[in-house]
Design a protein around this ligand. Structure first.
Ligand SMILES: [Zn+2]
Length: 208
């Protein structure tokens, strides 16, 4: 018996295939790339001791920025902090807590000030605590600063970054009862917003 292909059925089948494809495309949200460094590039241009770099990793994270669009950035951090930050960024994305951008500080020639002024979220930066001789938790990739413009570091009359304002009603601001603070605390991180001598609202560090 000769098999005959019904042209109408064939046409219907093709239309179905096209519709499924179109739907798949719609579900895949476009992602804006904020940076795309290799690990070597992300730690270049600064003398960093080997015992520190060997513990660092480069993690891709996704977040909604203040433009309401999905972005992908990168963060350099200690491998011990990787799981926590991965999980917390998944929550940040899910609850659409806006994050301005997440770019390794190499882009700002390792200037914390330039990174903060650009409202950049970052972790690793081989540097000392401001005004002190001791290395900051950022030097090990065990601290992260989130949205510095919304969450400045305030010490007496000094606000950093200088163009920032801590407005508890502004989007992207971290508060005591924020989900983000709870999630960090749960994982053994301390929030700079609870410090006594100064308030570092952007800062979280992994104590244990
Ligand atoms: Zn910090």
């Amino acid at each position: 018996m000769k098999m005959r292909i019904n042209p109408i059925i064939t046409l219907l089948f093709l239309i179905c295939c096209l519709r499924v494809n179109a739907q798949t495309l719609q579900n895949e949200e476009e992602v804006i790339l904020d940076c795309n460094y290799s690990f070597e590039e992300a730690i270049s241009g600064k003398e960093i001791p080997k015992e520190i770099t060997r513990n660092l990793v480069l993690l891709n994270v996704e977040y909604y920025s203040f433009d309401d669009k999905l972005h992908r950035g990168q963060i350099v951090l200690h491998k011990r902090a990787e799981k926590d930050i991965k999980e917390i960024f998944e929550i940040i994305k899910e609850i659409k807590f806006p994050i301005s951008k997440v770019i390794p500080v190499v882009k700002y020639h390792w200037s914390d000030e330039a990174s903060m002024n650009d409202n950049n979220t970052s972790a690793f930066n081989y540097r000392k605590v401001k005004g002190q001789k001791v290395l900051s938790f950022h030097s090990y990739g065990l601290a992260i600063d989130i949205n510095p413009i919304q969450n400045p570091h305030i010490k007496r009359n000094l606000i950093q970054p200088s163009n920032a304002k801590y407005d508890i009603k502004a989007a992207g601001t971290i508060l005591k009862n924020s989900r983000i603070v709870q999630e960090f605390k749960k994982r053994g991180w301390q929030w700079g917003g609870t410090w006594r001598s100064s308030k570092d609202y952007q800062h979280f560090e992994k104590k244990n």
